[in-house]
Design a protein around this ligand. Structure first.
Ligand SMILES: [Zn+2]
Length: 219
């Protein structure tokens, strides 16, 4: 897989520190499943975090707490993605990154997609929490509504491709955007573009239409 767009350092550090929302952590873990370059960076962050903890004055931290923290750091990345973990059998669909397997009920084409407008549908992750966490499916030539963010937004491409003001994003690429960017992704592949999206706050639409449909879509 040829990946051109990667995670920001700040996002990777928040992931290593366990401070991302559940949905954002799922998107990060799914990108890491695709991307060896970001996996190496994440492992380096974990190693640095471990050294920092081990260098702390032993009297300033309870033994039990230190052991628990170090045990968590030693855990392989794949084992501490998001809670709750559910015992759903692993799927053989290669389109779905392993961390996402646990939260979808079948291959992408067999999910119960909910249509927002013609050519745009979504599938929500099975939890309610901070921000938004869902799969988004957009038909060729369609664009998502122009929006900015109250917080960060992560978008991982699972199928197809889109372009926006930042560049072109294909399978495995991640758009790691902060609240400074206003963008309107346009699907430029021949097939539907399917992305895993998470935000840590609701999106803020900048068009009148977007503002009108926002109460319906929950974005
Ligand atoms: Zn990467």
């Amino acid at each position: 897989m040829n990946i051109n767009h990667h995670l920001d350092d700040a996002t990777l550090m928040s992931y290593s520190a366990g401070s991302l929302s559940q949905g954002m952590a799922l998107v990060v873990a799914s990108h890491l499943a695709f991307c060896s370059a970001c996996r190496e960076r994440a492992e380096m962050n974990d190693a640095v975090g471990g050294v920092l903890l081990e260098s702390l004055d032993a009297e300033t931290i309870e033994d039990d707490m230190l052991a628990a923290i170090l045990a968590q750091i030693d855990e392989p990345l794949e084992r501490r993605i998001v809670e709750p973990r559910q015992a759903i059998p692993s799927l053989s669909d290669p389109e779905i990154p392993v961390p996402l397997n646990e939260y979808v009920s079948g291959p992408l084409d067999q999910l119960e997609w909910k249509r927002i407008v013609p050519g745009v549908a979504y599938y929500d992750m099975p939890w309610q929490g901070r921000g938004v966490s869902r799969l988004l499916r957009i038909a060729p030539g369609k664009s998502m509504l122009t929006h900015t963010h109250n917080g960060n937004e992560l978008t991982l491409v699972l199928r197809g491709s889109f372009s926006d003001e930042v560049g072109r994003f294909c399978r495995g690429d991640i758009a790691d955007l902060d609240d400074q960017i206003e963008h309107q992704p346009l699907v430029d592949s021949d097939e539907d573009c399917i992305c895993l999206i998470a935000t840590d706050a609701p999106l803020r639409f900048t068009t009148l239409f977007g503002k009108l449909v926002q109460p319906m879509t929950g974005f």
